[in-house]
Ligand binder design. Structure first.
Ligand SMILES: [Zn+2]
Length: 659
């Protein structure tokens, strides 16, 4: 025994003797629950928070971050992130990490799964441009691909009502038959089992718009059965917003499902100032017991495709059919008549922005059309000596309906009032971009780059619209609770180490509509599942993002955190009578005789080797004073757990070797 002890003392202090992998010292900890900040240290082990409190001076860690003067918050959760495909093109999620975002909730109406030949064909321009192959059909297959590839941020997603409709009905403007609806319900169920957060809709677009409320209720019932929520870009955010909210509430009540109103706003100049009534309507629904909440981005301009200006029924049949129609002079006259009318059930973005001055082209897919980026439709019309609506239609045709635009259609007082509601979370509603590489090609809406720092800089520090702690709650625990993200959104022992550290005195957005692709300032460190991904504001090249699976994921009991199942070798060491033997040294020894890992049994005789590394063949050895050594050959593949117990034979009382 003494010899062994001596040997141990001579060894250099191994890395695992450090108490924490990362220690964050001296920060102002804002826990995400809305509580006032406290001065505290955080100790992280692997992907979890292991300690929150006052760390003793002698506490050791492999890496220490001095957060003096900085705010330490849970990683921000983007309630509508739109990066599910972007992270496959560029996994870094640069524009999100530089805002402090660690998790994205996404999947608006058209979700990343299910896919079939039709949905893939409809995305052909985009996929070819970015050389992306859709090699998944189900959500589980998408998640596996994402996991194999890695990602800067965690990704959680809804299954889109539009997506399941397209897989079953294509883009036809008709109701599903009974059999078709049953098939759609099945697709929703499959996605829920694969880990979708619930059902989503985006009802201003085609073919989402073709769905009746009854169809959506039927699908929402399936999501509800499996613990999902219903998230919606409601059918109208302008003239008929009240009716659109009524539809969302009806779906919530009849499907018995919580409702999330995405990118909450009052759209259309003619509707400015109506936010108090809209808020009152939501408060009333809540008072009556409907679980409804919302989220928003802090800008007065919306963003979507330029083609979305054209009413949904013209889009029937899909991209080619839509583009063919736009070339027909009679159809163009019809579009003009509808857009110049006073609106009604359909949301009229042409009228809502006040016309062509209020629509800014931000992105095109065809490089030959790059010159249009940064111009309003009015400027394009002047430049080309065309009528503005004709100019818009021509550009939609030229870029095959791949133009992105910003629509100036909201008022600042409405945006601020929405922000002050405690049930409104934050979203960027824009996929991750970068300053280099394929995702840097186009301009964008500044919300893609500045949303979260803009809230912390402009609305918290400068204009005092929100308390810092309330703003952070909206970015963290509120969305985590909403979509049931387990162990995220708060700084608590045992929670995942998604952490954002920023300078409250300097944090700010710098992206503008003129010059949008500029990373925000003041976000100093970002950790995703314990991986330091942003260090002093710069990417470290290490990415910790994971797929986050929803409440009914089938694999939850095997791997609660959504990682591939990891095996372990475990067991109980007893004496021959079955009494536990404590402090027995259990080692896993590889074929060369080198111990891979060792453990010492606890009071109940248990030992455990959590391990992802296969060990085949290996030997499991057990040593304990007073007992004969025992050993067992082991074939361990790293994934399937093994249980080996030993009943040790006592060696009859001998004079101790420890003289
Ligand atoms: Zn939307």
């Amino acid at each position: 025994m003494k010899r062994i002890l001596l040997l141990l003392l001579l060894l250099p202090l191994p890395a695992y003797a450090q108490q924490y992998d990362i220690l964050i010292r001296n920060g102002r900890v804002v826990d995400g629950a809305g509580n006032p900040w406290v001065q505290a240290d955080l100790g992280l082990i692997a992907d979890r928070i292991a300690f929150v409190g006052q760390a003793a001076p002698g506490v050791t860690a492999k890496q220490t971050i001095d957060a003096r003067g900085l705010v330490v918050a849970p990683g921000f959760i983007d309630m509508l992130g739109q990066s599910e495909v972007n992270v496959l093109i560029d996994k870094q999620a640069f524009s999100k990490l530089t805002q402090g975002v660690t998790t994205e909730v996404t999947g608006e109406g058209e979700s990343v799964a299910p896919q079939d030949d039709f949905t893939i064909r409809e995305a052909k321009d985009f996929l070819e441009h970015f050389k992306l192959t859709v090699d998944w059909r189900t959500l589980d297959e998408y998640f596996r691909r994402l996991e194999a590839q890695g990602s800067g941020v965690n990704i959680a997603t809804f299954v889109g009502a539009t997506q399941v409709r397209e897989v079953v009905l294509g883009k036809e403007d008709r109701a599903p038959t009974k059999e078709e609806l049953a098939k759609m319900e099945e697709k929703v169920e499959d996605a829920m089992f694969d880990g979708a957060l619930g059902l989503s809709t985006s009802l201003i677009y085609a073919p989402a718009n073709y769905a009746s409320t009854e169809e959506l209720i039927a699908l929402a019932k399936v999501a509800s059965k499996y613990g999902g929520i219903y998230a919606s870009h409601i059918r109208n955010e302008g003239d008929s917003e009240m009716q659109a909210l009524d539809e969302a509430f009806r779906i919530g009540r009849e499907a018995n499902i919580p409702v999330e109103i995405w990118h909450f706003k009052v759209a259309g100049k003619q509707n400015w100032g109506k936010m108090p009534q809209v808020i009152a309507k939501i408060e009333e629904a809540r008072a009556q017991g409907l679980d409804v909440t919302a989220d928003q981005y802090p800008y007065v301009a919306a963003a979507t495709s330029l083609g979305a200006t054209i009413p949904p029924h013209f889009h029937a049949g899909g991209q080619e059919a839509f583009l063919k129609r736009l070339r027909d002079p009679a159809v163009r006259r019809q579009i003009r008549d509808e857009l110049m009318g006073s609106g009604g059930a359909l949301e009229n973005m042409w009228r809502g922005t006040g016309g062509p001055e209020g629509i800014l082209v931000v992105s095109v897919l065809d490089p030959a059309l790059k010159g249009y980026e940064g111009l309003t439709v009015a400027q394009i019309a002047t430049q080309e000596k065309k009528d503005p609506l004709e100019a818009l239609l021509d550009l939609v045709i030229a870029d095959r309906d791949n133009v992105g635009a910003a629509y100036f259609e909201m008022s600042e007082p409405d945006v601020r009032l929405a922000m002050q509601q405690p049930w409104v979370a934050i979203d960027t509603d824009y996929g991750a971009l970068n300053t280099v590489g394929p995702l840097s090609e186009s301009k964008s809406h500044p919300r893609a780059w500045g949303t979260f720092p803009r809230i912390l800089g402009k609305y918290v520090r400068e204009e005092k619209v929100l308390r810092l702690e309330d703003a952070i709650r909206k970015m963290t625990s509120l969305p985590a609770q909403r979509v049931k993200l387990a162990d995220r959104g708060l700084l608590r022992t045992g929670y995942f180490a998604d952490i954002t550290i920023f300078d409250p005195a300097t944090v700010m957005d710098v992206a503008t509509f003129e010059d949008p692709n500029r990373p925000a300032r003041g976000i100093e460190y970002v950790l995703v599942n314990g991986v330091l991904s942003l260090d002093h504001g710069r990417l470290t090249g290490r990415f910790g993002g994971r797929p986050l699976r929803g409440p009914s994921w089938l694999g939850r009991s095997v791997s609660p955190d959504g990682l591939p199942p990891r095996g372990k070798i475990e067991g109980v060491i007893t004496d021959e009578d079955g009494w536990p033997v404590l402090r027995a040294a259990v080692s896993l020894v590889d074929s060369s005789g080198k111990p891979v890992v060792t453990d010492s049994t606890k009071k109940d005789g248990r030992y455990e080797f959590p391990s992802a590394a296969p060990c085949d063949p290996c030997r499991l050895t057990v040593e304990r004073d007073g007992f004969a050594s025992a050993a067992q050959f082991v074939h361990y593949n790293g994934a399937n757990s093994l249980w080996f117990s030993f009943a040790l034979k006592r060696v009859s009382a001998q004079p101790t070797t420890d003289d």
